[in-house]
Design a protein around this ligand. Structure first.
Ligand SMILES: C[S@@+](CC[C@H](N)C(=O)[O-])C[C@H]1O[C@@H](n2cnc3c(N)ncnc32)[C@H](O)[C@@H]1O
Length: 214
């Protein structure tokens, strides 16, 4: 199921290509998108990327934690919205993704803004007290229910907990949801039932969960 009507999606992708401000500020991002396409690697894409950069700017983000950084595409977008001296802590299970990410981010001029840890993001985040301005959650979907309790205590008040794929191409609506869909359903339920955050789902791309810590 397409979350966004395909013609509207095409229009959105066309209109952002006009942007002359703080959008795609480097040819490196196009290279990253090509790599994702050629290797069938799931990334947040340019529409969500721009939105993440906006959120970094409006929150005046100085510290961001990413659970599931892949090869650095989402970090690329955050990096352009960080305040001077800010930092993004990336985490991913793959050493290869780390090397690829650091190469792209270096070439985009963002290397000094990023610290990349390899391992299980659920363990790595425990090494940090925060408080973070933003935490991005993009790990394996069956692990989503655990992430709320890991992230919220490490966010500042007014900080944002952002989760990708919360509509999972509509698969969350299937009669007999698979393990990944069940993980997302349980997560969404926990997120909206939490007294600690105010949550919403933005139906762009694959559904973006946005929760502000109260
Ligand atoms: C959808 S991709 C991330 C894409 C990235 N956020 C972006 O948009 O550019 C998910 C990544 O999370 C990693 N991953 C999944 N579960 C993980 C876990 N528990 N700990 C660390 N990394 C994990 C995978 O290796 C994969 O690279």
């Amino acid at each position: 199921m397409d979350i966004t009507e395909p013609k509207i999606n095409d229009y959105l992708l066309t209109i952002i290509s006009l942007d002359a401000s703080r959008g795609e500020d480097s040819g490196v991002v196009k290279e990253m998108e090509r790599y994702a396409r050629d290797n069938d690697f799931p990334i947040i894409g340019p529409l969500v990327g721009r939105f993440l950069r906006q959120l970094a700017i409006v929150t005046g983000a100085k510290s961001i934690f990413e659970m599931g950084s892949g090869f650095g595409y989402s970090a690329y977008w955050f990096a352009g919205g960080l305040v001077k001296g800010g930092k993004i802590i990336c985490s991913d299970g793959s050493e290869d993704n780390k090397h690829r990410a650091l190469d792209y981010l270096k070439r985009a001029g963002y290397e000094s803004l990023v610290e990349f840890h390899v391992g299980d993001a659920r363990d790595i985040i425990k090494r940090f007290d925060g408080p973070f301005d933003i935490i991005l959650n993009d790990i394996d979907k069956e692990q989503y229910p655990e992430t709320l309790d890991l992230a919220i205590p490490r966010l500042r008040k007014g900080g944002m907990f952002i989760t990708d794929n919360v509509l999972w191409s509509g698969r969350i609506l299937e009669e007999d949801p698979d393990e990944a869909s069940r993980g997302i359903l349980e997560f969404n339920h926990k997120l909206f039932a939490s007294e600690e955050v105010l949550a919403s789902i933005i139906p762009i791309r694959d559904g973006l969960g946005i929760a502000v810590k109260l």
